[in-house]
Write a protein that binds this ligand. Sequence first.
Ligand code: 13P
Ligand code: SF4
Length: 305
Amino acid sequence: MAFDIKEEIKKLKKEKNAIILAHNYQIKEVQEIADVTGDSFELAKIGKEAKEQTIVFCGVRFMAESAAILSPEKKVLLPVEDAGCPLADTIKAENVRALKKTYPGIPVVTYINSSVEVKAESDYCCTSSNAADVVNAIDSDEVIFIPDSNLGSFVQEKTDKKLILWDGHCTVHHRVNVEDILRMKALYEDAFVICHPECRPEVVEVCDVACSTSKMIEEAKKTDKKIVILVTEEGMRHRLEKEVKDKLIVIASPKLMCINMKKTKLQHVYEALALEQTEIKVSEEIREKALIPLKRMLEIGKKKL
Ligand code: 13P
Ligand code: SF4
C-alpha cells in the first residue's frame, strides 16, 4: 500500500498525544493538516490551553519559543530547526542591555517577533494587534520599542509618548513599496487594501487598514468591497479564501514570500512527530524572565476589555 503521509501524520498525532498548530503563512498543505491555524500569539495561547502534551508548531522559531514560554510542562516541536525570523534576528539580548544602559529607566516594549532571550530583557511584550494599547498603558513619557521600526512608526502615530526605535525590519514586508500598492489599486479598482503594520509607513498610509494576520480575516469579512488586496505574506491568501468565500483575494506583490515560513513541508511535520524533533528547550531561568513581559501584556489586554 502506498505511503499516505497525511494519514500517517494523523495516526502519529493520536499516538503521540500531539496538537498541530500552523501559522497563517504556512503552505496550504500544512495549514490543512493542522488542528488550528492562526497568528503567532493566538497559537501560543491555544497550545497552552490544549489537552495534548506535545505541540507541533509549524511556523518559525520565535513562535515555538513563545509556546514553550507559556507551556513549560509540554513538549514543543519545531519541524524545521532553522526556520527563523530575520526580523527577530536583528536584535540580541546584549543589544537590549546596551539600550537600557543608554536610556536608563525607560521601559522596553518588545514585539513578539523576538527571541526568548530578548523577551527576558524586556519590560512588556506586544503583538501587532495590541502594540499601541500596550505602549499607551505604560506610565512613562518615553518607551524603547524593539525590534521592528515600521511597527514602531505605526504605533508612534497612535501615541503621545516618544518612542525610541530599534532599526529592525521584516525583510518580507519592508520589500514592498508604495508603487507596488498604487499599481494594484489601479488594476483592481474599488478594492479594499489590508496590510500588516510591518510594512513601511508610506505603504501603510496608502492602505485602508493595517492589522495582525488574524484581524485581517475580520476586516475582509466586514468590508462591502468584493476584492481584497493583501499586503502580507502570501500564505495568508489560503486562510482568507477559506474563510471569506464571497470575495476575490489578491496578494499585492510576488515579493511577499517568507522563505522561512515556506520551509515546513508535510514531510517535516511527519518527521517531527515520528522523531519528536526539534524540541524547543528554554532554560527555566530565562523562561521565567520572558514570562513577565508576556503576562504584563495580557494584564493590559484584560483591563481594556
Ligand atoms: P502575526 O503575529 O500577525 O501573525 O504576524 C507574524 C509575522 O511574522 C508577521 O510577519
Ligand atoms: Fe519574520 Fe517577516 Fe517572515 Fe514574519 S514574514 S516570520 S516577520 S521574516
